[in-house]
Design a protein around this ligand. Structure first.
Ligand SMILES: [Zn+2]
Length: 59
């Protein structure tokens, strides 16, 4: 397996999402810009959760 590049520049602004592949599993961990995290097996559910995340409450 090729290593995931670690130094890619992130988009700046107040809508930055990160998605990490959880090593050794089929899961993806989504990290919202408000620092909420959740793991998913389905990328579609992941994006639904991220894009619908009620961030305003945690800020
Ligand atoms: Zn959020």
């Amino acid at each position: 397996m090729t290593a995931v590049p670690a130094n890619r520049p992130m988009l700046s602004g107040d809508r930055v999402y990160r998605i990490h592949w959880v090593l050794g599993t089929d899961r993806l961990r989504a990290v919202c810009h408000c620092s909420a995290e959740r793991e998913f097996e389905d990328p579609v559910e992941l994006w639904d959760w991220l894009l619908d995340h009620p961030c305003e409450r945690s800020r």
